[in-house]
Design a binder for this molecule. Structure first.
Ligand SMILES: *Cc1c(COP(=O)(O)O)cnc(C)c1O
Length: 467
């Protein structure tokens, strides 16, 4: 054995203590670590050591070379994108996932696939989804959208007596996909699936909204003249957190043949709260559903769930016919259900956090975030320096400076905020206007953080050159 490797094996317990010490240092500093770091100019990469340093010296090198410039995205005031943190129990589960190093592809020599099935059961309960939905863990909502649309593609073929998984896309002909305000990852999924980005038509939304105009959708479906198609409904858009009327869209299935995929990457968590659950009315009529775990569930990257009512189609698409891969029961044979072959036990952090905090824990997180978003939205709406661009519907705020500046000034504003270190936001475009978004998704975020955020927003605005 390599001497460094042998030494690390002998010192494994001490090394784990070093990792714990580093974790404690980082987590204790999260409140004061810059929300968005500004890394120094890239140095030339270190050469591969001819003889290794050992894990302890590698850790010291890492701490010196990289650690100060990690993002504070796990902390309470990183409001960019839609970014969750990591609950204590989620962190435990994630550490142990690596420790146990199980291959959760679904063979019969480990309980790992059963843990994934049990976790999906907990999640169905959290989201109020019927048992009829099977599911699996994938790396993110992009891959969950990919799986959902892959099943839709297989279903389209089935309507014409074609097995697309077997015959390929060419046999399918032109495919039409309709949506109101799809996430960029839907286009990416369509590209990866060979359906093409151009196969998606964005239909009109309701006035001043990002929710699809269901009458326009019905018109588009009528124009299909009986030709089956795919519909991507959106439950929580990233700009204004708007929700399509899922029940009205699903009702159209009785008159028109289409596959209904719902992207509820973070909006799915509205189900945790009795107040916000009505936003998802009709969700349980979808054919496939995307919900992210590394956002509002607050487990580490990278994790999301895809749910479906059509496991048979899923197995047709993802079937991996290798005898040596084992004979687990079909429902637990994830190698035949997901894009990956080997896969980590990604469900374990989710299992830990769901068991640790339960229904009440997630209701509290979601409702607190929505309350804070309401409060910040009200400050922004009332202040002369800002303009709120959409009502606050859940945990996100879309706004701009009252002068409605161009992208360069907004970028400058964001850089000021980032340099201040207290908060981090990301830009967007909304209805032709350069805009800002603020998403509250981290379990650590409290009213005190909202106060700090509000002061930082005002201070940076006061620093901008007049005009
Ligand atoms: C974040 C998000 C995605 C993409 O999710 P990843 O986990 O980053 O792949 C897709 N759809 C919506 C609505 C999102 O918010």
């Amino acid at each position: 054995m390599d001497p460094q490797l042998a030494q690390d094996q002998a010192r494994l317990a001490q090394l784990l203590d070093s990792a714990v010490a580093e974790a404690k240092r980082f987590l204790a500093g999260l409140d004061t670590h810059p929300a968005g770091a500004t890394p120094p100019p890239a140095q030339p990469p270190a050469p591969l050591p001819a003889t290794g340093l050992g894990a302890q010296a590698a850790l010291a090198t890492f701490q010196q070379r990289y650690a100060p410039w990690l993002s504070g995205s796990a902390g309470p005031r990183y409001f960019g994108f839609v970014t969750g943190g990591v609950t204590p129990a989620g962190l435990l589960g994630d550490w142990l996932t690596s420790t146990y190093d199980q291959n959760a592809l679904g063979s019969s020599e480990s309980i790992a696939p059963q843990i994934e099935l049990d976790t999906l059961h907990l999640l169905r309960e959290l989201f109020g989804l019927p048992e009829a939905y099977s599911g699996s863990f994938v790396t993110g909502a992009t891959m969950a959208n990919f799986v959902g649309l892959a099943l839709g593609r297989q279903w389209l073929g089935q309507q014409q007596g074609i097995d697309v998984a077997q015959a390929g896309l060419a046999a399918l002909g032109t495919v039409r996909i309709f949506s109101g305000t799809p996430h960029a990852s839907v286009y990416k999924a369509l590209s990866m699936l060979g359906l093409g980005r151009a196969s998606l038509t964005e239909l009109p939304c309701l006035p001043g909204r990002e929710a699809i105009n269901v009458a326009a959708l019905e018109q588009a479906l009528q124009n299909q003249a009986g030709q089956p198609c795919l519909v991507v409904a959106n439950a929580g858009t990233v700009n204004t957190v708007d929700f399509d009327d899922l029940a009205a869209i699903a009702a159209l299935k009785q008159r028109y043949p289409f596959w209904l995929h719902v992207d509820a990457a973070f909006g799915g968590f509205a189900a945790c709260s009795p107040t916000y659950r009505p936003l998802l009315h009709g969700l349980a009529l979808a054919d496939t559903i995307t919900i992210d775990a590394h956002k509002w569930l607050n487990v580490p990257y990278d994790a999301a769930m895809q749910f479906t009512r059509h496991p048979t189609l899923q197995a047709q698409v993802f079937q991996n016919n290798a005898v040596y891969l084992g004979q687990a029961p079909a429902a637990a044979n994830f190698v035949n259900l997901t894009p990956e072959n080997s896969r980590r036990l990604r469900a374990l952090p989710a299992w830990f956090t769901l068991m640790a905090y339960g229904r009440a824990g997630y209701a509290e997180i979601v409702e607190r975030h929505c309350r804070l978003a309401q409060w910040l939205g009200a400050q922004i709406a009332a202040a002369s320096a800002f303009e709120l661009l959409a009502p606050v519907r859940l945990n996100g705020i879309c706004f701009t400076l009252a002068t409605r500046p161009g992208p360069a000034t907004l970028q400058h504003y964001l850089e000021q905020l980032q340099a201040g270190g207290a908060i981090f936001l990301t830009p967007t475009h909304y209805q032709g206007l350069p805009a800002l978004r603020l998403s509250i998704t981290n379990w650590r975020t409290t009213q005190q953080d909202a106060n700090i955020a509000w002061h930082a927003l005002q201070h940076a605005a006061s620093q901008l050159p007049a005009g």
